[in-house]
Design a protein around this ligand. Structure first.
Ligand code: NAD
Length: 355
């Protein structure tokens, strides 16, 4: 089995347009050319009392007439940054489509961060009222860096970034690193999450919190909030939103730990139209109505923003399909000639668990 290190993956990722890849995956998902099982999560507390977890995220996607199957295993320990280690790390495994044997293992950290940033960037471009001039980021770790690096390379419109981290030094170091590259952008380290949110047209929480704190009245009309770390918003920020968009409703609904899944279990969330079932008459309307999945915006099944003043919240749970597709693209472009039938071409449609 071929093994690609973090350095190998970093070199190859520079040659791929990740936003294009995630867009193709959403189109495949809309067309039922995907298999997306529920992910499984193993959680434990380590001998230092820190939370640890291992996520296993399998998926299959057909893009460019080629089926790619694999899984991402991504582990994290909250204490790692204090040990000088990245909080999260893992592998993406690619499977031979004919024999099902694993054929390639790639370091997952940059694929995972890159595809997450690409989904946020694509969602912003689909939903913003105009190209963002100001971005507010809460959290200044690996995901914040991946988001800012992609957004600032792609969007010349951005003039200001407001960056907050509960460990101020992390925000300062990230601002310094990016400031050397993006000299025309004011990278402002602010003293509170509220300040990062209030002055931004695009808000991206990328923290590790499990307790909400972002209030509805911090979020200005017209703002797109991409809720990457999933637990930063208070429920009122969802209920006050003019539109809530998810990446994949089945994943959100199956999850018992994150805010939107919990609100769904309490009967507070109406699924996106494709996933609605008739409910009993006379039931109170749920407080949050999910307007669409991102694949509906790509396919044209949903329209997205209705007014320049809409406050839109995107809740990207995170789909294995993107990791597998990015890894498949790297493998196919650079190494597939070494293997036999790893990503054989196919015209056969696969079934999606989400439809
Ligand atoms: N939705 C998705 O698809 C997806 C994909 C990958 C990662 N994530 C999530 O993104 C988050 C960030 O990942 P990362 O690898 O950058 O983590 P990281 O540990 O590298 O960085 C997180 C940063 O957030 C800061 N922080 C924690 N709580 C905070 C708070 N309440 N206010 C301000 N700052 C706070 C920490 O000090 C740290 O600097 C994680 O929660 C991860 O699970 C989501």
């Amino acid at each position: 089995m071929l093994e690609l290190t973090d350095a190998d993956v970093t070199g190859l990722l520079g040659k791929v347009d990740l936003v294009d890849v995630v867009r193709e995956v959403f189109q495949a998902h809309a067309d039922d050319r995907t298999v997306l099982p529920e992910e499984s999560c193993l959680r434990w507390t380590n001998d230092q009392g820190e939370s640890c977890r291992s996520l296993n995220m399998p998926g299959l996607v057909e893009i460019d007439g080629r089926r790619i199957a694999g899984t991402k295993i991504i582990n994290a320990s909250l204490g790692n940054p204090d040990r000088g280690l990245p909080r999260a790390g893992g592998i993406v495994l690619l499977f031979d489509i004919t024999t099902a044997r694993p054929v390639c293992s790639m370091d997952a950290a940059r694929i995972s961060a890159g595809r997450t940033a690409a989904v946020s960037v694509l969602a912003a471009e689909l939903l913003w009222a105009r190209p963002a001039r100001s971005i507010g980021l809460i959290g200044a770790g690996a995901l914040a860096e991946a988001h800012l690096d992609l957004a600032l390379r792609r969007w010349p419109s951005v003039r200001e970034v407001h960056l907050y981290d509960q460990v101020p030094d992390r925000a300062l170091r990230l601002a310094e690193r990016l400031g050397d590259t993006y000299r025309t952008v004011a990278l402002d380290v602010v003293a509170s999450a509220e300040r990062a949110v209030r002055d931004a047209e695009l808000v991206i929480p990328v923290t590790t919190t499990t307790t909400g704190y972002v209030r509805a009245d911090w979020i200005a009309p017209g703002t797109v909030t991409v809720n990457v770390s999933l637990d930063d918003l208070l429920p009122e920020a969802f209920t006050a939103a003019d539109q809530v968009i998810v990446d994949d409703w089945s994943l959100v609904a199956a999850d018992t730990t994150r805010l939107l899944g919990r609100m769904h279990r309490s009967g507070d969330v109406l699924p996106p139209p494709r996933h609605r079932t008739p409910t009993g008459a006379g039931r109170p309307a749920p407080a949050v109505e999910v307007a669409a999945e991102l694949c509906d915006l790509i396919s044209g099944a949903a329209t997205g923003r209705r007014s320049a003043e809409d406050r839109i919240v995107v809740n990207p749970f995170g789909m294995s399909l993107h990791d597998v597709a990015v890894a498949g693209r790297l493998f196919h472009d650079h190494y597939a000639h070494r293997a036999t039938s790893t990503t054989s071409t196919s015209t056969t449609s696969t079934t999606s668990t989400t439809s």
